[in-house]
Structure formats: structure tokens, C-alpha cells
Design a protein around this ligand. Structure first.
Ligand code: MG
Ligand code: ZN
Length: 204
């Protein structure tokens, strides 16, 4: 996992976080022959419309923003860790993200098991420990079943970004949205439904 990126100083006292999957939530997946791939370089990395606005809105609501991304192609030897890290350094300059957590493991089926690859909750648990995040007051947003399972396992609220691709979910997310801006609106609405203390005691 990538733990060297420091916490944003103003976020040090925040307790709630939005965990963001990367590919398909922040950036447009690269599609080749109908299959979705992660961008292999900055040239292929396109931040989706509305993402910057959504991030600003969520920061404005007091959330930490933590990216949690599986990049198994690194462990499988088809993508270099350097290219992923340079994308993330650039991403941190573009968006008000507090930390990027990356699982580089190829997965058990490639002989490279770990505790951080989503659907496992390792990256969220590690970030929660490091940044003092209350997972029950936090959200996980992603476009795959792995993201929903990871968020549920960590005890977060989950929002599934539905691209209309065939994606069989194992369990239902708390909410569905078309994109990150839609997800940010849902979060904003859920917070304004009652007073903060009501929401904390009886989240949804
Ligand atoms: Mg994704
Ligand atoms: Zn891992």
C-alpha cells in the first residue's frame, strides 16, 4: 500500500471520509474491445466531467477524500508501479484528495494474495487507522461489486456508480448514482435530512 502521501493539514481533525474508487469514478476507464482497463499513463487519464465540482462540494461538507484503488496489473507485471505513481502525483495536484491508497497486488489467482485488494477492506481500515476516520460516518463510492463489498465490509455507507455495464453486485449498495456529482448530491441531501446528531445516530 502507498502510505507516503501525507494527510492534508486542514483535514487533520476531520472524522468522516469519502472513499473513492478511481477508475470509472474519478477518471474515464479506457475501453478496448468492450473491456474496461485502467489508464496506463497520464496521456490516457481523463478526469470525468463534474468530478472536480463533486470533490469541492464533499470537502465543503467536511469529508476527507481518500482514493482506494486496485491496480492489479502492477502485480501481474503488465503495468509499471512508476506509471501508476506518477498518475497519482498528478491527480493530487488536480483534486483536493487527502490520500491515495493503492493495492498493487495481482490477486490470489495470480499467486499474489493480500489483505488490501477490494473487495477486502484493508485499504479503508488502514486509512481509518492513520487518519482517525469513523467508518460508520463514511461513504465508499465505486463502480464495481468489489467497491460495494469493500465499503460494506468496512461498515461504510455505499454508493454504486452505475455505468449501465453488466456488473453483478453481490449485495445491494445503500444508494446508486450515475456519476460522482450525483453521488455528492445524495450525500448532501442525506446530511440535510436532519440535524447532524440525528444523522449520526440513525444513519438512513
Ligand atoms: Mg472502478
Ligand atoms: Zn493488496
Amino acid at each position: 500500500m502507498n502510505a507516503e502521501i501525507p494527510i492534508h493539514p486542514q483535514a487533520a481533525t476531520a472524522r468522516r471520509a469519502i472513499f473513492l474508487d478511481r477508475d470509472g469514478v474519478i477518471n474515464r476507464p479506457v475501453v478496448r474491445s468492450g473491456k474496461r482497463y485502467p489508464p496506463s499513463s497520464l496521456a490516457e487519464f481523463e478526469i470525468l466531467p463534474g468530478v472536480a465540482e463533486a470533490c469541492q462540494d464533499l470537502k465543503g461538507l467536511g469529508f476527507l477524500l481518500v482514493v482506494a484503488t486496485n491496480q492489479p496489473d502492477v502485480g501481474r507485471g503488465t503495468l509499471s508501479r512508476d506509471s501508476v505513481e506518477s498518475i497519482h502525483r498528478w491527480l493530487l495536484l488536480q483534486l483536493p484528495i487527502d490520500r491515495v491508497m493503492t493495492c498493487y497486488h495481482g490477486g490470489a489467482e495470480y499467486g499474489d494474495p493480500c489483505h488490501c485488494r477490494k473487495p477486502q477492506a484493508g485499504m479503508l481500515l488502514e486509512a481509518a487507522e492513520a487518519l482517525k476516520i469513523d467508518l460508520a460516518k463514511s461513504f465508499m463510492i465505486g463502480d464495481r461489486w468489489r467497491d460495494v463489498e469493500c465499503g460494506l465490509s468496512a461498515g461504510c455507507k455505499t454508493i454504486f456508480i452505475d455505468w449501465g455495464y453488466e456488473e453483478k453486485l453481490k449485495r445491494d449498495p445503500h444508494f446508486r448514482a450515475r456519476d460522482l456529482l450525483g453521488a455528492a448530491r445524495l450525500i448532501k441531501e442525506s446530511l440535510s435530512l436532519g440535524s447532524e446528531s440525528d444523522w449520526l445516530e440513525d444513519p438512513f
